[in-house]
Design a protein around this ligand. Structure first.
Ligand SMILES: Cc1ncc(COP(=O)(O)O)c(C=O)c1O
Length: 436
């Protein structure tokens, strides 16, 4: 007799296109905190968090209570038809928190991709310029503009063009594989101001035609690539010199993942526009675009919006997330979790040659796997093997990276010490298995 998983897989394969890829062959029955249970009753420690969505854990009681309370009142009047307080309340609270310049305003969308699309529209309208600069290893999603901004060709762009116009791609400070072959700090951050002023603006696009530079403060899908501390400030200066807007995509890095509300705060700069989504609403589809009020207000009425953007249930979930994160030293504990995970990953680095680098910020950490430390040849097969081993032994952990050779941690920040220890133990067993 086939298992429930096998039965569901058969139906899934018959009715759902393969393009909507699934990273594991599993089907979920229940989730709680950092624990997942599949339809055949197997339990897994969750180091994926629905790809960075569950920073407060699956089914946090305060989030569930807020959604239930909202269900009892109304579900969807549509903000364009009849406005509601949760939308406004959430905008007020994000405007207090998001590290953008001056007075701020926020609009809501349904996803990270939609937030990115809107952010670029707003930047173009405000500057009356068409160009957007994005980066190697960037990931902003699969809609037309976001796909164009995304770097990785397979699977995201392959035969899926034509791409959107006026998008220009720059090198990102991937220090482990520096595009200039330099080493930090001796490089004096060659990838920053000097690169844009002396090279990029001469070879690719004139700064007067650029509306925005869009970057992830830690590149997520691209491999948790973390720029040097000075980098964002240098990009801020480039933007200011040329009237370009700095658009920071915090969809994956936001809401406590790096130990601060927003990763931008680590770099001591303020953006013009910041996009967020994922852990903002703990699993309900919600994206936000927050920016300097004057910029956000430049677009005429009707130029922004959509049927579901800022759905009341999602706004209530997000308000609960903010309550959770502002109480009980949540961020301090997230920072502590990051320190603990980094220390454990460094122990693994000291033992297993397959790990070329440990990097990231806070609890947003990755292992870059290599064939050997001298050649740094990417070890994508080993990354696949490691995630499969972990899954078979009760840990869900994802790979990432343009070269497919990084293993990333996106566990709920509420994970218990016992669950964390168990998950890390399985990861180590997987590395031992690879080394055998
Ligand atoms: C940095 C970044 N931007 C945008 C997105 C797109 O978000 P969504 O999948 O909600 O559209 C993602 C998703 O992984 C992301 O990591």
């Amino acid at each position: 007799m086939s298992t429930r998983t096998e039965q569901m897989a058969e139906r899934r394969n018959r009715h759902v296109p393969r393009g909507v890829a699934s990273l594991t062959p599993l089907f979920i029955a229940r989730a709680e905190g950092a624990l997942l249970t599949d339809v055949d009753g197997r339990e897994y420690i969750d180091f994926a968090g629905g790809i960075g969505v569950n920073n407060v854990g699956h089914r946090h009681p305060k989030v569930l209570a807020a959604i239930q309370e909202q269900l009892a009142a109304y579900v969807h009047p549509c903000f364009h038809v009849m406005m509601y307080e949760p939308y406004i309340q959430l905008a007020e609270r994000l405007n207090q928190l998001v590290p953008c310049r001056g007075e701020k305003k926020t609009m809501f969308a349904n996803s990270g991709a939609e937030s990115v699309e809107n952010a670029v529209k707003i930047a173009r309208h405000h500057t009356r310029r068409p160009g957007v600069i994005c980066f190697d290893n960037a990931f902003h999603e699969r809609t037309l503009l976001a796909m164009t901004l995304t770097s990785k060709v397979r699977p995201y762009k392959w035969h899926l063009g034509a791409m959107a116009p006026a998008v220009h791609r720059a090198h990102f400070p991937y220090c482990y594989r520096c595009p200039w072959g330099l080493a930090y700090p001796r490089c004096q951050v060659r990838c920053g101001e000097e690169y844009f002023e002396e090279d990029f603006f001469k070879h690719h696009v004139d700064p007067e035609e650029v509306a925005a530079i869009i970057l992830e403060p830690v590149q997520g899908e691209g491999g948790f690539i973390t720029p040097p501390p000075e980098y964002l400030d240098q990009i801020r200066r480039v933007c200011d010199r040329h009237g370009i807007l700095l658009l920071v995509d915090e969809v994956q890095t936001g809401f406590g993942r790096t130990g601060k509300f927003f990763a931008t705060e680590h770099f001591g700069v303020e953006a013009d526009i910041i996009t967020s989504a994922k852990s903002l609403a703990a699993g309900l589809p919600l994206g936000a675009v927050t920016g300097t009020a004057k910029i956000m207000d430049s677009v005429h009425p009707g130029g922004l919006g959509g049927t579901y953007g800022g759905n009341p249930l999602a706004c209530r979930a997000a308000l609960a997330v903010l309550d959770i994160m502002e109480a009980d030293k949540f961020l301090a504990r997230a920072e502590e979790l990051g320190r603990r995970v980094r220390a454990e990953l460094m122990n693994l680095y000291n033992t297993y040659e397959v790990i070329g680098e440990v990097r990231g910020l806070g609890a947003m950490l990755a292992l870059e796997l290599v064939k050997d430390r001298a050649s740094r040849k990417p070890a994508a097969d080993q990354a696949k093997g490691l995630t499969a081993f972990c899954r078979e032994h009760g840990l869900i952990i994802l790979d990432c990276g343009t070269l497919g050779n990084n293993i990333r941690t996106l566990m709920p920040l509420t994970i218990t010490p016992e669950q964390l220890a168990k998950g890390l133990g399985i990861l180590e067993a997987g590395l031992r298995h690879l080394a055998a």
